[in-house]
Design a protein around this ligand. Structure first.
Ligand code: NDP
Ligand code: 8X3
Length: 249
């Protein structure tokens, strides 16, 4: 079995790769940081009896996405599970003060990048007559919170695409699911605040957030249901969080 995981250099994607490796999947791991991919591939292959292919590309670049996927061997093109995880939030400011560069990074990564990867992989899955696409959305794709404007819009787009892909891929026997987490402690907030680690740390002060492993286990659980069962959608929160803005500190 083969799992293709985008954004496996950190956080949820990295934990998801480990979870699939533990369960005997061969892996395709992706991200922009080659050094991390090389190290992670070596660690995975040393720990588990699996083969790992690392593909270093920016999912915002359609030609790079296509050439990376086309470079896979015929064996590795038989992808069973695609986890569309790579994504980010950039900034947390009012719409009227929004930074255009932040908006473009989020739209290009969370929507367009996800589309480029999914289209190419879905076509391989159609040829193979099997497959499962698992989209990593967010509570931000279910609710809108103050200053979340464009990030929330991109995750609402993921929610819509999750439903749309499920309809279009139904005749091909391809499952489509989404996991929508609340607060997970990863590099997410460091990225959101442009590397400001102090500000990022405060997001998780005095709370017990989700761990990336919690999401990884959920994703693997979704992927390992019997063939007649599809988990359409999961919302998963830390116990101290009721919705995107109600958090017990
Ligand atoms: P991290 O910042 O820890 O990981 C993000 C991953 O995405 C990295 O591996 C990064 O790799 C990859 N990535 C980002 N941009 C690109 C790009 N342009 N091309 C290729 N890869 C890219 O954050 P998380 O693990 O928390 O985030 C994973 C997903 O989970 C995201 O979609 C996020 O929106 C979602 N999510 C996160 C939540 C949280 O609270 N943490 C809650 C709900 C959803 P590299 O930098 O090497 O390219
Ligand atoms: C990440 C969770 O609440 O910061 O998607 O939007 S939140």
């Amino acid at each position: 079995m083969i799992a293709f995981i985008t954004g496996a250099t950190s956080g949820i994607g990295k934990s998801t790769a480990i979870e699939f490796a533990k369960n005997g999947y061969h892996l395709i791991i992706t991200g922009r940081r080659q050094e991390r991919l090389t190290e992670f591939k070596a660690e995975l292959e040393m720990t588990y009896p699996i083969k790992v292919v690392d593909l270093c590309f920016d999912i915002r670049e359609e030609t790079l996405v296509n050439s990376a996927i086309d470079s896979l061997s015929e064996d590795f093109k038989r992808i069973d599970v695609l986890v569309n995880n790579a994504g980010l939030a950039a900034g947390l400011s009012s719409f009227q003060d929004g930074n255009i560069n932040h908006w473009e990074r989020m739209i290009d990564t969370n929507i367009k990048g996800l589309l480029y990867v999914s289209r190419r992989v879905a076509n391989l899955m159609i040829t193979n007559k099997k497959g499962h696409i698992i989209n990593v959305g967010s509570i931000a794709g279910k609710e809108v919170y103050a200053n979340g404007n464009v990030y929330c819009a991109t995750k609402h787009a993921v929610d819509a695409l999750n439903k749309g892909m499920r309809i279009d891929l139904l005749p091909h026997g391809i499952k489509v699911s989404a996991v929508n987490p609340g607060m997970v402690e990863t590099e997410f907030s460091i990225v959101r605040f442009d590397g400001d680690e102090e500000r990022a740390k405060k997001v998780y002060d005095n709370i017990v957030p989700l761990k990336p492993e919690d999401i990884a286990e959920t994703i693997y659980w979704m992927a390992s249901r019997p063939s007649h069962v599809n988990i359409n959608d999961v919302i998963i929160m830390p116990t101290i969080q009721a919705n995107s803005t109600t958090v017990l500190r």
